[in-house]
Design a protein around this ligand. Structure first.
Ligand SMILES: [Zn+2]
Length: 434
């Protein structure tokens, strides 16, 4: 009879979970017969700092489950915490007994609390590039044997140069001054290190690495716009790298001549003096306003094409280019009503070029005067009328940019008629450095 009761009870418990069971003492007279209580636990060994959920199954002598309240206790409360609902968190290594008590039933289980040695510490970044004043939070992952993740271990964060960055006990890093240093996190003898570079944001066009005609990149935010720090995050550089790689394949190794400062793309950050609404929402107006504001800030070198990523809105346009200025509207609405931000930046310089890369290149080519109105397939808006894969296409139907003048007869290449502007002869195009 006892076996039958236990078998029935055991079937009711989750099959994969070990169960511990103990009959309560003999029936206590008019307080009713003894019930059976099973403590359900998923593991026998619990890592210090982890939390597991225990549960109790109580059965009547008949085998039916008994919906009765359960209370929990831990044999050695110094070794861990156990809540009223059975959540168990070990604090120190050792052996404990967890007891669950219900009316006319008690059950217990022996558990081992273990503290695995730390084998490895990792941080969610290898390198960090911050602007002066910027702040970010680093997270450490602590691993034990066989890669198990350990929780609740004390992390000691520090930096080699407190003048350059400050670091708090929770991994918050604040950039204080220009320079390079590293942040370390130490957990029980294991260390992870992150290289940190703090750069001063460029708000001017810095000294050019090379003279002459070139494309200067600007990240512009309206007065009331959110600053996504795209000039420092590397996103624009990666996107431009992807665009250049595509262009190089199309041109047999030639790329846009980008303005660089000490070997890296010189991106100027501009906080515009007008709010987004004041800049305007119609593409042409946005273009004129931005041109005016850039000129006021000294960004008006006639040898340069300014390629502006505008972190503001527009309607019916995702970009606009002409007269030495190319703009991508990062919160624009396309003519078909879709958001222009459906095009995300290429995640790395080796990723295939996508919408955002083709968009800025399209506008830069407009800014350089392409497509010449006298080109065989040009319309009066400096576009080609086909095919729709041409990056300078604009016409009825969708744009599927994937080729630079595929016939080499409109704006790039050997078949462009004499007297028609040819990108192959443009000073803005240079041979990519190996
Ligand atoms: Zn266009």
């Amino acid at each position: 009879m006892l076996c039958a009761v236990l078998a029935g009870a055991c079937t009711a418990a989750p099959s994969s979970a070990p169960v511990a069971h103990r009959r309560a003492g003999p029936p206590l007279g008019d307080r009713g017969p003894a019930r059976t209580l099973h403590v359900v636990h998923s593991v026998d060994r619990v890592e210090v700092g982890e939390t597991i959920q225990l549960s109790a199954l109580v059965f009547e002598p008949s085998g039916e489950s008994a919906p009765v309240p359960v209370t929990w206790s831990l044999s050695d409360p110094e070794l861990g915490t156990l809540t009223d609902t059975g959540r168990l968190t070990p604090l120190e290594a050792g052996r404990v007994t967890v007891t669950a008590t219900a009316p006319h039933a008690v059950g217990a289980v022996g558990l081992e609390f273990v503290r695995s040695p730390v084998r490895r510490v990792e941080v969610d970044a290898r390198k960090l590039r911050l602007g002066v004043g910027e702040r970010t939070v680093l997270h450490a992952t602590v691993q034990g044997p066989e890669g198990i993740v350990l929780h609740g271990r004390q992390e000691r964060w520090s930096t080699l140069d407190g003048d350059v960055i400050g670091v708090r006990t929770d991994g918050t890093v604040t950039a204080r001054a220009e320079g390079r240093t590293s942040v370390e996190v130490r957990v029980e003898g294991r260390v992870a290190r992150v290289e940190v570079e703090v750069v001063r944001r460029a708000t001017t066009d810095r000294v050019d690495d090379r003279r002459g005609q070139q494309v200067h990149v600007v990240y512009a935010v309206p007065r009331d716009g959110a600053d996504r720090v795209l000039d420092l995050s590397g996103e624009l550089e990666r996107s431009l790298g992807s665009m250049q790689a595509w262009l190089s394949r199309q041109t047999g190794g030639r790329v846009l001549r980008l303005d660089t400062y000490r070997g890296e793309v010189d991106v100027t950050f501009v906080r515009l003096t007008r709010k987004d609404a004041g800049v305007g929402h119609e593409g042409r107006r946005v273009y004129l306003r931005i041109r005016g504001m850039l000129a006021q800030m000294g960004l008006r070198d006639s040898n340069k094409i300014y390629a502006v990523y505008y972190d503001g809105s527009s309607v019916k346009d995702c970009g606009r280019g002409g007269g030495g200025l190319a703009i991508a509207f990062l919160h624009g609405i396309a003519i078909d009503g879709r958001s222009c931000s459906f095009g995300r930046f290429a995640p790395s310089a080796t990723s295939p070029a996508g919408y955002m890369e083709f968009l800025i290149l399209h506008e830069i080519l407009h800014a350089a005067g392409f497509v010449d109105e006298d080109a065989p397939h040009a319309n009066d808006q400096h576009h080609v009328t086909g095919p729709s894969t041409d990056i300078m296409f604009n016409g009825p139907g969708a744009w599927y940019p994937s080729a630079l003048d595929p016939g080499h007869d409109d704006y790039f290449g050997e078949n462009v008629p004499d007297g028609v502007r040819n990108l192959a002869d443009s000073p803005y195009l240079v041979r990519a450095r190996a």
